[in-house]
Design a binder for this molecule. Structure first.
Ligand code: DO4
Ligand code: MG
Length: 285
């Protein structure tokens, strides 16, 4: 089942039919057994007619988030560890990444307030003071206030590799700025965990042509989602639940940096594809 947040409300899509849910996003998603609840909505609601469904589908898709914080896990895949060790070699910070990959405690960091999050079709920004920038395609969990995973979405943890590589203590500046996070296009709600063989793909286009393309599966993650969740919830309460990006598993080669106008396509099996265009904050041009 897919929940879309659109300008007209909340659209639920399931098996080719669509339903409008009259509720607030926070209240709707923050329940246990969300999938079972949505099934009762489907059973009790008349699906939209094809014409109305079409009209709603043309509506702007907003990021599937209410008032929740967005957090992120880091160095959860070998690919991320290796790329970061390489980029921080001259600053002497390489061993930090090695150690955190193997340590019992994962790297978790605050990523975004909802108002900085872009949705499918929107822009994500690169920083004016950063010369080396990449998108980070990440499976993102929606975890309710009780600490139970209720759904999955696609995340982009935009990162400045030059700022993080200069000094690991600059991580918040490399990671947190206007439109440095994207979530979308929907929240995929399922009672079962997302299959481990689910593919995650990244495609970057420049002037319509692919300049980077790769894919892998989420099974390559070092840690379980419940492990990441239990560290995140150990000493923080999230009254409306929380979104947790689970770390990047795809990193473009060191010669690659994003440019304004690039299009970033991130696809995850069962969830869909989120497309964003790279921009720069007009205030900071
Ligand atoms: O260690 C810094 C951030 C790591 C990260 O964002 C990732 O692995 O996805
Ligand atoms: Mg990341």
């Amino acid at each position: 089942m897919k929940l879309y947040k659109i300008a007209k409300g909340i659209l639920l899509e399931h098996e080719g039919a669509a339903y409008i849910i009259d509720d607030s996003w926070d209240k709707l998603v923050n329940r246990d057994n969300l999938a079972a609840y949505l099934q009762t909505v489907i059973d009790d609601t008349t699906p939209l007619t094809a014409g109305v469904y079409q009209e709603f589908s043309n509506d702007q898709v907003l990021p599937p988030i209410g008032t929740q914080e967005v957090w992120a896990a880091g160095v959860t895949y070998l690919k991320s560890r290796d790329a970061r060790m390489e980029e921080s070699e001259t600053s002497g910070g390489a061993s930090l990444y090695d150690k955190v990959y193997d340590a019992p405690r994962p790297e978790l960091f605050f990523k975004s307030m909802p108002y900085r999050v872009s949705g499918h079709g929107g822009e994500v920004y690169i920083r004016k003071d950063s010369e080396w920038n990449v998108p980070e395609p990440e499976l993102t969990l929606y975890i309710n206030s009780k600490g139970n995973i209720q759904g999955y979405t696609i995340g982009n943890d935009m990162s400045s590799r030059s700022i993080e590589g200069e000094n690991a203590l600059y991580l918040p500046q490399a990671k947190i700025y206007e439109k440095s996070a994207a979530l979308g296009p929907c929240l995929y709600v399922t009672a079962q965990p997302l299959p481990a063989d689910s593919a995650i793909k990244l495609l970057i286009k420049r002037d319509g042509a692919a300049v980077y393309q790769d894919e892998t599966t989420i099974s390559r993650i070092k840690r379980s989602f419940t492990e990441l969740t239990s560290y995140l919830y150990a000493e923080c309460d999230f009254p409306q639940g929380c979104y947790l990006m689970t770390g990047t598993c795809l990193v473009p080669p060191p010669t690659f940096t994003l440019q304004v106008g690039d299009e970033v396509y991130i696809s995850i099996d069962h969830i869909g594809t989120m497309i964003n265009t790279i921009g720069i904050n007009p205030k900071h041009k």
